[in-house]
Ligand binder design. Structure first.
Ligand code: NAD
Ligand code: 2UF
Length: 328
């Protein structure tokens, strides 16, 4: 794969334009492909909407002082748009293809058949599906050893995380290339087995539905639930991972709260996870006991604690929520 691999993105909607933005921003030539059979007018409309979306997000970065205004055109110059008729020529030179068509199995299937018939034999192919399992889709791709799911988060040009699920037959070399490519454009890939909801959508589905239930039960208003999500929940999880947070606060607390909630709310969805229960039984309670999901035995927990608090303070400063003390 060349240093600035030629990237094709099939599907020019929300995710497709975001992925195209991420690659052109980092110097890659990008071909944005719309495979829908359209009238010339409709094609023109789709092209102009997609290109304007990328331009607008670049302009926003310029307005915010992240890039110079003069760079917007230079970055845009690396993106070309192709409709169904010209798409085969455009796809033939691609070294990596991201599929970002609607979450409809038949459309995905047709798209892979089309991609497979035009793309280079050694090009990497990645879906962006939010729900289908990579191994179910791999059957529809010629050369499944180069097939992956890359679950980008919305907006794809800004959110650093990409959850990468290699298909069962994905090659090690291909996996390494894909991870390197994502890192080279500033993304932070995590590997994840083909499992429903991967990591983020699975966590989000639980938390978002729970927020909706809290509202349905009249426990709090929409505004208050969202203030709590932003400033109590999300705030700390921008600094600490979820498992890290269990160790930080103490696995015993989570265990007791989970048991209480399960009994009082009468629902097993609150029951402690088997590993949380096991950690409780074996005294692996996290930072205080030296072991939990993490091993704290060979580190200075005091420095770790101070570093975490420093990040909280920085975040509060950024949110303009840091207050001076009363000294008089
Ligand atoms: N929107 C999100 O928040 C999000 C987040 C992560 C992953 N995803 C996944 O990304 C993929 C794309 O989602 P999106 O939100 O960008 O969708 P979208 O509807 O914004 O874009 C889909 C694109 O495919 C085109 N298209 C429509 N019908 C087609 C057809 N029959 N054949 C070929 N192209 C067709 C559309 O014109 C559009 O350009 C989905 O698999 C989705 O699950 C979405
Ligand atoms: O966070 C995202 O952008 C994605 O995970 C999406 O696929 C989506 O928000 C789902 O989590 C919705 O449940």
């Amino acid at each position: 794969m060349s240093a600035r691999a030629r990237v094709a993105v099939v599907g020019a909607g929300r995710m497709g334009t975001g992925i195209a933005h991420a690659f052109t921003y980092s110097g890659h030539p990008v071909t944005l492909i719309d495979l829908k059979d359209r009238s010339a007018d409709d094609q023109e409309r789709v092209e102009s909407t997609a290109m304007n979306t990328i331009r607008d997000s670049l302009s926003l970065l310029s307005t915010l002082g992240v890039i110079e205004e003069a760079w917007v055109n230079r970055i845009m110059d690396r993106v070309s748009f192709f409709g169904l008729q010209e798409a085969p020529t455009a796809l033939k030179t691609a070294e990596v293809v991201f599929e970002a068509v609607p979450e409809v199995l038949d459309i995905k299937r047709e798209t892979y058949a089309w991609i497979s018939s035009w793309v280079r034999r050694d090009a990497l192919i990645a879906s962006t599906t939010s729900s289908f399992l990579v191994d179910e889709l791999a059957h529809h791709v010629a050369g499944p050893e180069r097939f992956f799911n890359t679950h980008w988060l919305n907006p794809a040009f800004l959110i650093p995380l990409v959850e990468v699920s290699p298909s069962e037959c994905a090659g090690q070399e291909q996996t390494r290339h894909l991870l390197e490519l994502l890192r080279s454009v500033g993304k932070i890939p995590v590997l994840c087995k083909a499992s429903p909801g991967y990591i983020v959508p699975r966590l989000q589905a639980l938390v978002m539905n729970e927020a909706a239930r809290i509202w349905e039960e009249g426990v709090a208003t929409v505004d208050d639930i969202d203030t709590a999500s932003r400033l109590g929940f999300g705030f700390r999880f921008a600094v600490l991972g979820l498992l890290e947070f269990i160790d930080w606060g103490g696995g015993d607390i989570l265990y007791y709260v989970s048991e209480y909630l399960r009994d009082r709310l009468g629902d097993d969805r609150f029951a402690p996870a088997a590993s949380v229960r096991r950690n409780m039984q074996t005294g692996r309670l996290g930072m205080r006991s030296g072991q939990g999901f993490y091993d704290f035995s060979n580190m200075s927990t005091e420095s770790y604690r101070m570093e975490t608090l420093r990040k909280f303070v920085e975040l509060l400063r950024h949110l303009e929520l840091l207050r001076p003390p009363v000294v008089e």
